[in-house]
Design a protein around this ligand. Sequence first.
Ligand SMILES: Nc1ncnc2c1ncn2[C@@H]1O[C@H](COP(=O)(O)OP(=O)(O)OP(=O)(O)O)[C@@H](O)[C@H]1O
Length: 366
Amino acid sequence: MRVARLVLTDFRNYERLVWEPQARLSVLFGENGAGKTNLLEALSLLAPGRGLRGAGNSQILRQGAHVWGIAARLGAEDPVSIATGSDPSNPARRLFRLDDMPVRAQSQIAAHCAVTWLTPPMDRLFSDPASGRRRFLDRLVLALDSNHAREAASHERSVSQRNRVLGTHPGQAVWLDGLEDSIARHAVAMTASRLALVEAMNARDLAYGSTFPATRLRLRCAIGALLSERPAIAVEEQLRDALRASRGADRERGATSSGAHRADFALEDVRTGRDATLSSSGQQKAMLVHTILNHAGLLRAMGHASPLILLDEPLVHLDRQRRDALQDFLARSDMAVTMTGTDRAHFAALERHAEFRQISDGGFVS
Ligand SMILES: Nc1ncnc2c1ncn2[C@@H]1O[C@H](COP(=O)(O)OP(=O)(O)OP(=O)(O)O)[C@@H](O)[C@H]1O
């Protein structure tokens, strides 16, 4: 999937920007604070969710402006238009339009646009809490299965209601039974989708040349382990039993001890078997880049539109060999990737393959 046209209005430091990307690969370069990441963030907001910074409307809105907006046309044959921005009558709310029609459920957008990204804060993905890793994994799943967001939202709602009921009405067994049934069903559905993605990605063999390390994903999750041994219906039953048995302990902890929110994943270098948590910053970065590109390749192989891939400062931390391997792969692939960097010269290997745009102070210089 490619962006044919992008228009930003009062978005971060852009008063108005119109961009019609001319190539599958784009390199946005410029000084610190120019607006490179802001432009990637705008692209990330074309998919449901809070984008690559997890920001709210008030942070996104250009200072002094009233309403922000992003409008994009995606794809060449059979293009689709996606527009999003703050609601003029309720600035805290965000609206979507698909082909100029209002959208009621964001899953409608997910069916047309998936975005994956790698940003410098994700350098800490393996030292930060598991919630960030789950968000990363779920974004990959969502690109394959647009129902995943609905399952995740229902699961989260049931878990927080159960925590509340345990705190306020612990004797309401029927109420808790219902919530635990919902948690079990959604947790098993979410885990099955996560497992399917992990297995499909691991089954692929992306050849990047000898220097770019291939990476294997491992889902770390009790429900996932059960699902590989027995039918989903039996796992649901087991989960319902576990939840019922843990009511007292969960009430004391103020948290639900079983469910899809307890999952984590690990990345492992295929050649060395080394886990990401035991790897250097550059090795981790290469693993994440591989994961994102492998995922995009998988989507294509399964007949889905490939996601928009956003790589913010992808070359930072990578050694010369890995930089060359990555650029060589991108030049030969058919993926749509938008990248940023402070220095055009670092992307010299893409000069004949990418559109280079220099950004300064919220606008294109060249
Ligand atoms: N809501 C906003 N209104 C106006 N300007 C904003 C808003 N939010 C952020 N900015 C400005 O956007 C700029 C940051 O842009 P961005 O993060 O895209 O920089 P960058 O080009 O990626 O820089 P770096 O190379 O340092 O990562 C800052 O100057 C910041 O003040």
